[in-house]
Design a protein around this ligand. Structure first.
Ligand code: ASP
Length: 347
């Protein structure tokens, strides 16, 4: 792996377990400031990089993540884009895949690494995974390719022994060090004795446009997850949620849903009211193939659009992003059928 002489990196510390310490009264973990975190990793100095940091004030448990926090992260990257070779975002694991997906859409024409990492155990604990994750994330952010350009030019999640595309990743485990995976897209890098980049899997821009940061996301979207026993009244209630513009419908298997007239009728009514209904599978692996079964076919006939193999995190943030651009329904439908940041395989 090659790095620049003295890479300049910016750490954006948002919080999460990595920087948490135990509250002496309640014994619950709570986020702590950056100096505590970095004091626990003296090895960072051995890298020989120029590293600056900014931190959320106060740092947060990522379960409290909001659209405003995403805007703040995107703004920080925009303001410092020319000053640094790469960015490392320290983040709680709970909503890390949502943040990675959102940032990927917000940072159009990104050509520098934005590496998000965190840990399962706080960095002050003896068996922490935080130290290794932080050091490796910094090394990945500093890596340059044979052309002298940053090796990673996208938003990625570094966790344990893998680097994943951010908008393809999902948190898979609440208690395993190998907490993340991208089930429908291969690793960007394998972390072993050395860091091996899978160059053919890396995202590359096809244009020469400068970074464009989209700061407005529209939260008028909801998830509806199918389960046997869902009844018409509940479904219609959810579809009639005030002000919603989009629904991510989490369907069974290859994108299937009940074929009952009441179900299809409720969905069709929502579509006719102008709501965008996007079909993603509940399965962690594979995607929607709405021509495979009658039950998927009826959904597309009712005006539901296929989310192909997108994760639900990418699907909901893509809708927030497209509505945030102020696009009308037809334009949103058009963009949902395009791969914007490597988030979807459209055959
Ligand atoms: N609740 C924590 C968070 O997401 C969990 C973690 O960081 O692993 O901030």
């Amino acid at each position: 792996m090659t790095t620049k002489q003295r890479p300049r990196l910016l750490i954006i510390y948002t919080g999460g377990t990595i920087g948490m310490i135990e509250n002496p009264v309640t014994h619950a973990l709570q986020p702590f400031d950056f100096s505590h975190l970095i004091d626990n990793v003296p090895k960072v100095k051995m890298l020989g990089y120029d590293i600056d940091h900014i931190q959320f004030n106060p740092p947060i448990d990522s379960s409290n993540m909001s659209l405003e926090h995403w805007r703040d992260m995107a703004t920080a990257i925009e303001q410092h884009y020319d000053d640094y070779d790469g960015f490392v975002v320290l983040h709680g694991t709970d909503t890390m895949s949502f943040t990675a997906s959102a940032l990927s859409f917000m940072l159009e024409n990104l050509r520098k690494p934005v590496i998000i990492t965190g840990s399962q155990l706080p960095i002050g604990e003896v068996r922490t995974d935080g130290e290794e994750n932080l050091i490796t994330a910094l090394q990945v952010a500093a890596a340059i390719g044979r052309d002298g350009e940053p090796m990673i030019q996208e938003v990625a999640i570094l966790f344990n022994d893998s680097l994943w595309r951010g908008n393809r990743s999902t948190k898979m485990s609440a208690d395993n060090f190998n907490a993340f995976k991208s089930n429908n897209y291969p690793e960007l890098a394998r972390i072993g004795l050395s860091i091996t980049f899978m160059e053919k899997n890396l995202y590359r821009q096809t244009n020469n446009e400068p970074l464009k940061v989209h700061k407005v996301l529209d939260p008028s979207v909801i998830f509806i997850e199918l389960y046997p026993g869902l009844c018409e009244a509940t479904l219609r209630h959810m579809l009639n949620t005030p002000y919603i513009k989009g629904v991510v419908l989490k369907t069974y298997g290859a994108g299937n849903a009940p074929s009952d007239a009441w179900f299809i009728g409720a969905i069709r009514d929502a579509v006719e009211r102008g709501i965008v209904v996007l079909n993603v599978t509940q399965c962690v692996n594979g995607g929607v193939n709405d021509t495979l079964y009658e039950t998927g076919n009826t959904l597309s006939a009712a005006g539901v659009v296929s989310g192909h193999d997108m994760t639900s995190e990418a699907a909901i943030t893509k809708l927030m992003f497209l509505f945030g651009l102020g696009l009308d329904r037809d334009a949103v439908l058009r963009e949902l059928n395009r791969d914007l940041r490597g988030e979807v395989s459209i055959l």
